[in-house]
Design a binder for this molecule. Sequence first.
Ligand code: CA
Length: 537
Amino acid sequence: MKGRTNKFRKFFVLLLAAAVAVCSLTGCGKSDWRSREVTVIDDNYRTWYEIFVYSFCDSDGDQVGDLQGVISKLDYIADMGFNGIWLMPIMPSPSYHKYDVKDYQEIEAEYGSMADFEELVAECDKRGIKLIIDLVLNHTSSEHPWFVEACSYLESLEAGEEPSAEECPYYEYYHFVKGNPGSNTWYQVGSTDYYYEGVFWSGMPDVNFESQALRKEFEGIVDFWLAKGVGGFRLDAVKEFYSGAAGKNVEVLTWLNDYVKAAAPDAYMVGEAWDGLGVYAQYYASGIDSFFDFEFAGPTGVVTKTLTFSGETNSAQAYAKALTRVQKSIREYREDAIDAPFFVNHDMARAAGYMQYDERKVKMAAPLNILMSGSAFVYYGEEIGMTGSGKDENKRAPMYWSSDPQDKGMTRGPLDMEPQENQFDCAQKQMKAKDSIYSFYKDTILLRNQNPEIARGTVARLEEITDQDIAAISKTYDGKTIYLLYNISETEEKQVEMPAATYGELEIAGYLSVDGGKVTMKDGVVTLPSYSVVVLR
Ligand code: CA
């Protein structure tokens, strides 16, 4: 047996040597931008993968995703080029989505154990992946012991007896009032005359940030998770801490950010202030690193408009202008603001539907999002163009690893989900195809990782070049400037002059091309096929 193995080994070494020789003669391999070195900078300008654990990957055969399932897919995630993971809530909760927490210092039983979580953190560390978790502070579950105790305390009061936080500290953790406020966001406590606020629904009582005791509880919770090794937090529903009062919300976030950064200066914080740019930009005053860039996301955001709406206001020109507009707005509040571009999250219909399942557009949307400056987020399954719209459950469908729902790792998805029929191949198949959506996403992230200026650079629009079809921008970081050209014409090849006298001697650092055609550069003229993006440096 040993002799035979050696023979085979010799044969493969010869074969490999021959392949290397052929490649160096023909120039394959080295001439491909994909073989360039990746410059990983260990900071908070990352490429993040958002995971809904429930629907991601099952490890124990109950068809509910779990932390061991996530661990089993870390190589898939790292291989795609992601170096950050955002886990949607993992704490015990009565709901399938777990945005109503009943214990902030435990792992949801169906997801696994605290030991599994510790293993996940360690496995992420090994791969250079920063792990952040969803922190839902705006409300708790109505099953949280704080709320349960506060309600039973109120129910125990004698007629005419006033409640006191000294008798029951949890009374002041929530918004309780005596008498019916007559609004549909207030709910009765049992059969008492007391009511509590629940902006989202009765099962999610809003907490009261006026309570210093409550803030202390949250500080303890933050300490707990930082000690477990999390790299930061995604902050849910920050606009609703005090609904309609941005200034007060910024105060809460300032307190939280200061607390976290004092304990862990490198921690990354990203907040969800679901609103227009004019609103979410203000929240940067809190010092929180990032807020999700709703301007570019969703079915009516800049990316979808650029690719699917007609008219001058929805052109390459408008796309390039939007990039600088967002940058300017958020930097007004903080010079070191990190934009958090994303296309879709768990509350939005999946993006393939915005593009009417036009594969070319689904692909082209990837660089329009992922090559943006800041920390870019990709929702699981977007990299294979998954389907899902309508009710929330449909937007959180099982990760489509395999076309066989009984295959290892497959989950069943939320119980109230309507059957989902994916229009594009499963991950297993797409991973083997060089021209798949998956491969396009992977190339896009690789291009981002190879050129640190893409995530970290200050953007300027090249007014002399940008037009209806070509978005031309520069990105400057650490004294270096690179150029990005996007051809968003659906049908036409374009030529762009980039004379050395103006831009210096440039070379193609890498490119993406939806149909597989090459981007070339000769005598200062760049030729871009329809739906392509090039990086020049
Ligand atoms: Ca499971």
